[in-house]
Design a protein around this ligand. Structure first.
Ligand code: GDP
Length: 297
């Protein structure tokens, strides 16, 4: 599932690391390790993870001559270990389960909701969407188009309507038609963060009154192409919003798929899904082993 989406990163990284080798093997010494580190860093994985990968190669091979395959194998195994997380299936305890989706505008929130809905629909689940970003007419329109594509119900409000009221009606609708999951979009305006938090709190309270323990998931959408700064910003947001998992969108969009390593580190949240393109099928449940293999092998 990950191979195509990670093509750009894999190709860049492979070419980069292959370049280190010229014809046969290379002696693993400080010079080689320094060059390897520089190549790894270019995938946006950050200094910490790149150091760990380099040190692991040093531990295994220092003073010996190695080939490309050995180095790739070592890096892949170590990345698998670094990405390991407890199994994190979506928490969908009952009918309806409620998922809130949060994230900064432009991160890929609407698209991710569409793809996630399709993913769940293809597992036989009945979905209702809630267009809780009532300030952006475009967001409501886009989400409506996704609902038509998927063939699921959507609840929208007038522009500027109270998002909590849309959330309330969405859950109501889900109960009425016996839907399995209500997926509710939320606003993502970072500049008004405290209002946003109040808005999210209200949505939580309202859905919690309708369905026990709701929301059952609060998924944060992160843009894999956005770079370290954006990710650090999102961290504050995620803590305040009580997120339960991450959807890492646009991993296909750059040669920087390594960004998942610092994300796993900074967020202490499981990566539940990754976005690997713009079409409806381009979402996959995250799995450390296949991900690392697709990244390097
Ligand atoms: P929102 O403002 O957060 O709702 O973001 P959108 O869902 O509208 O996405 C912003 C842009 O990113 C759109 O052009 C999407 O098609 C694109 N996009 C979203 N997810 C992905 C992805 O996984 N891969 C790629 N390549 N593009 C994506």
């Amino acid at each position: 599932r990950f191979r195509n989406g990670l093509e750009k990163t894999r190709r860049a990284l492979n070419t980069d690391i292959r370049d280190l080798f010229k014809d046969e093997g290379r002696l693993v010494d400080d010079e080689f390790l320094g060059e390897l580190f520089a190549k790894l860093i270019r995938t946006d994985m950050g200094a910490g993870p790149a150091e760990e990968l380099r040190d692991d190669v040093a531990k295994r091979y220092r003073g010996r001559k190695v080939g490309l395959d050995e180095v790739l194998e070592s890096i892949t195994a170590q990345t698998q270990a670094m990405l390991q997380q407890d199994a994190a299936p979506l928490n969908l305890p009952g009918k309806p389960s409620v998922i809130l989706v949060v994230g900064v505008n432009g991160s890929g929130k609407t698209t991710s909701i569409g793809k996630l809905s399709h993913h769940l629909t293809s597992q036989g689940k009945k979905i209702v969407l809630g267009a809780g970003d009532t300030f952006r007419a475009a967001a409501v329109e886009q989400l409506t188009i996704w609902s038509e594509r998927i063939g699921c119900d959507i609840v929208t409000g007038k522009q500027g309507a109270d998002p909590a009221s849309v959330a309330f009606q969405t859950v109501d609708k889900a109960i009425e038609i016996g839907a399995d999951v209500a997926i509710i979009d939320t606003a993502g305006r970072l500049q008004t963060q405290s209002n946003l938090m109040q808005e999210l709190d209200k949505i939580r309270r309202v859905v919690g009154k309708k369905v026990e323990d709701a929301p059952h998931e609060v998924l944060l959408v992160l843009d894999a192409t956005a770079g370290q700064n954006a990710i650090s910003q999102a961290k504050g947001f995620s803590d305040a919003a009580g997120c339960t998992g991450i959807i890492l969108a646009k991993l296909d969009g750059s040669a920087r798929g390594g960004v998942i390593l610092p994300i796993r580190r900074q967020f202490e949240l499981p990566v539940k899904f990754v976005g690997l393109g713009e079409s409806i099928e381009d979402i996959a449940e995250f799995d450390a082993d296949s991900f690392a293999t697709a990244l390097f092998a």
